[in-house]
Ligand binder design. Structure first.
Ligand code: ADP
Ligand code: ADP
Length: 227
């Protein structure tokens, strides 16, 4: 996993009425390689903004983010992202969805095909490579999205409410499976969630954001034995 260093990070949005909304306010954080960090907090506290900044999808107003010492200003292959919606291309097979980032980068597809199949097997989708997203359940599609995010071996995996759109039972199953999977995946993870229970269950560290946007109120180390 990658080391993440966040220094004096702020994000101020300007609204159409020329008001300023502070979404992230002078945040300093360091994530050690391989740490699973969960970010929780009420709606509007700045969670998605923090994730967009980490993903290089939004530019900071002040400060910066360094991943393994490199300052991030745009999306990078060191970073994999999973959103609430799976964003799979329905006309492509599962395998071709997982390989999409490789195709976009014009890397050697044959070289990554085996890796894609390994990842699918790790999330319990062995033999599903030739199916289409419409043939899979919501939980299975979200697993495919996780494989697509992991195909370039990113040092940092970002997940924005990855189970938010799933029904309660599937969600519970995904959380259990995710925990089992994490033993094998060494990535540093930042995981945004509304569920404090799943944050504590999955994460090594839980950041609780303040109802007043942009601040981190609590930084909890979770000392639970991992399987
Ligand atoms: P969360 O993900 O915790 O719900 P967000 O990061 O989406 O929080 O939002 C943090 C604050 O920034 C909120 O007050 C929100 O209204 C505001 N905000 C988010 N995106 C924009 C934007 N594009 N323009 C203006 N304000 C925004
Ligand atoms: P998930 O927990 O991945 O969302 P479901 O709870 O919907 O999956 O389904 C439970 C199990 O049923 C899956 O793990 C899978 O083995 C099987 N399954 C679901 N949909 C399909 C499908 N379209 N084709 C084959 N097997 C399926």
């Amino acid at each position: 996993g990658a080391a993440v260093e966040i220094s004096q990070l702020s994000k101020i949005y300007e609204t159409r009425e020329n008001d300023e909304v502070v979404a992230i306010e002078k945040v300093d954080l360091r994530f050690e390689p391989g740490t699973f960090v969960a970010v929780v907090g009420p709606s509007g506290c700045g969670k998605s903004t923090l994730l967009s900044l980490l993903a290089g999808l939004t530019s900071a107003s002040t400060g910066d983010i360094a991943i393994d010492g490199d300052i991030i200003r745009k999306p990078h292959s060191k970073i994999g992202v999973v959103f609430q919606s799976d964003l799979l291309l329905y006309w492509r097979t599962v395998l071709d969805n997982v390989l999409l980032p490789i195709e976009i980068k014009k890397l050697d597809l044959a070289k990554f095909r085996v890796r894609a199949e390994e990842l699918l097997a790790q999330v319990g989708l062995e033999g599903f490579g030739n199916k289409y997203p419409s043939e899979l359940s919501g939980g299975m599609r979200q697993r495919v999205a996780i494989c697509r995010a992991l195909i370039q071996e990113p040092g940092l995996l970002l997940m924005d409410e990855p189970f938010g759109a799933l029904d309660a039972l599937t969600r519970e199953q995904m959380i259990m499976d995710m925990q089992a999977m994490w033993v094998r995946v060494q990535n540093t993870v930042v995981f945004i969630t509304h569920g404090i229970d799943e944050a504590v269950f999955l994460a090594d560290r839980v950041l609780v954001m303040s109802p007043r946007p942009g601040r981190i109120d609590l930084d909890l180390k979770i000392d639970m034995p991992r399987p």
